[in-house]
Design a protein around this ligand. Sequence first.
Ligand SMILES: N=CN[C@@H](CCC(=O)O)C(=O)O
Ligand SMILES: [Zn+2]
Length: 426
Amino acid sequence: MSKLLIKHANQLITLTGSSEKPLTKEEMSNLHIIEDGAVYIEGGKIKSVGTTDELLELYKNCLDGVEVVDATGKVVLPGLVDPHTHLVYAGSRENEFNMRLNGATYMEIMNNGGGIHATTSRTRAASEEELVEQSLVRLDRFLLHGVTTVEAKSGYGLDWETEYKQLKAAKAVGALHPIEVVSTFMGAHAVPAEYKGNPDAFIDLVIEEMLPKVAEEKLAEFNDIFCEHGVFTPEQSRKLLEAGKKYGLTPKIHADEIEPYEGAELAAEVGAISADHLLRASDKGIEMMADKGVIGVLLPGTAFFLMTEAAKGRKMIDSGVPVAISTDCNPGSSPTCSVPFMMNLACMHMGLNPAEAITAATINAAHAINRGKEIGSIEEGKRADLVILNVLNYMQMQYHYGMNHTDTVIKNGRVVVNGGRLCYQQ
Ligand SMILES: N=CN[C@@H](CCC(=O)O)C(=O)O
Ligand SMILES: [Zn+2]
């Protein structure tokens, strides 16, 4: 059984005591830091957490054969968790970026057959192997940025054959790569050209034909929809999310991204685990989310890349919404794998402080994908997913913005990134 000791961390950010439920309000700023910290890992799990002196004393007679990682001058965090990605797709859309720089809007591009439709065409045309290959490249990028778990949505098929191919590709990459991939079914990501003008019929198809197959083959844990003016209405969204619950799929929702549409309210009403985007969420919706404990997944890269006003992260935290951060990694509105940069943006454009950004990208992000008991904090019994950053204290992670400080990544107790380079064996 592999054994590993991390010692002399300048700051060991443990986030102790957060496994049962996501952190809210002031709790989000309390990182439970151990100075000169150490972690002992055995068989992929965290065995002990304490100061270096404490752990060296505790294990003094059994350090033979233990791999030792010296974190002097560095910060140790739980592995970052990305709870909202569109990981599996084919192609890219830099042409649309150029169009947007010249004044076109995201929805105009989509309504003219680009956007999600453009990626749908390419994803339909790609083989499962091609999707796997392209997704593995992105997973390597995530890992190099300290991310050890990602959620991945389908939604570039909009027909069963391709949705199935995407979900299978997500499973395959999860098995091939050190990063754990958690699947979400998002058959209702857009109204496909074949159903243009008849979104109700498409929702019925998703409910009647696709949901049962997703459930039968256990292809996903969550069910998501793009609830947006011109895409799916709150009524259609409610119908789909309620139907998914009957198949054991937990609701998630793309809510209030472009225009206010009572998506936050709907998330609270259907008992969604998270409502994501929320750029235009209403005050009432924010209150309802706080009341029901719906996690607000902030996607600061999307507002940044679409050059629009960011979600009100500060207000959400002050109102009691448990907040998480994600990349929204996708080829149109946020083609990035850098969770650390999202944390920078959340501080600069959404009013989070650096401690809250860490909570949002670790334990709260883990809760947003129902993994709070296994990952997201550094505690005895949890999975040994950790990242070691080349900074002296956690605030420097946000202060030296736009840089990748990842030095070492440990996944399930194995060193998979060392000195900022990938070092895992497939
Ligand atoms: N807005 C809907 N879906 C994605 C973007 C997908 C795309 O443009 O390809 C999002 O979350 O931002
Ligand atoms: Zn998304």
